[in-house]
Write a protein that binds this ligand. Sequence first.
Ligand code: ADP
Ligand code: MG
Length: 226
Amino acid sequence: MAATVICLASSKGGCGKTTLTAVLAGVYATDYRVLIIDADAQARLADGWYDESRVPANISMAKADHKTIGAMIAEGRKNYDVVLVDVEGSASLTLANGVFNADCVLIPANKSTPDLRDAMGVVDLVQQYNAQGGSRAYGVVWNRVPPAIKSREMDNTAKAAIDAGVPIIFEVCERDAYRSMFSYSTTLTKLDKKEVPGVGKALEESLRFAEAVAQAIIDSERKEVA
Ligand SMILES: Nc1ncnc2c1ncn2[C@@H]1O[C@H](COP(=O)(O)OP(=O)(O)O)[C@@H](O)[C@H]1O
Ligand SMILES: [Mg+2]
């Protein structure tokens, strides 16, 4: 398989880029060689989460900044199957360069008006780049959606996104198991099911998430051919 570069991008912090990067890395590592590029100066993945002795062997980690991110992605394309890029939550050159060099841009957002507004800014950016060439797949990933009751604000935000024509790739629920990946420094696949409740459900959701991402990439490639 040709390498696929997936960039998790939002100009806002706290919407789930880092968490969802670790989630996807765990799923893709089952079948593929995965490189994570931590392009956030805080380096929560590279310095906090990543522990070579705990994560699956075929996940590698690299750091990048706005200057090196393009070259790092190009290098990753040569040596890995999947490259996941986690950028910092600000409207930065790092974000722009990450998006520019990606095949797929995932925009995590909580179902709130400020998050949606921010996500639409990234959608604009991808559309501008695509208009100049390329067919990057892109869309919002609603994150931290409560598994049960949804508030009026959440419903309204979801409707506003649909009305604005923003593609929605998936909805990830709020789950303790996703936070536990960081306290145990590993992927969902390697969490101890006895120690961490709810791992099974999170795993099942993460598989569907990864599948939805793969489908979005296939769909955008088809569009390019057509
Ligand atoms: N689906 C989720 N379920 C539970 N907690 C989550 C989920 N997604 C993110 N979080 C929590 O929200 C906070 C911000 O998430 P993070 O991934 O660091 O966002 P970002 O990288 O976009 O700044 C973290 O404390 C993280 O544990
Ligand atoms: Mg982050």
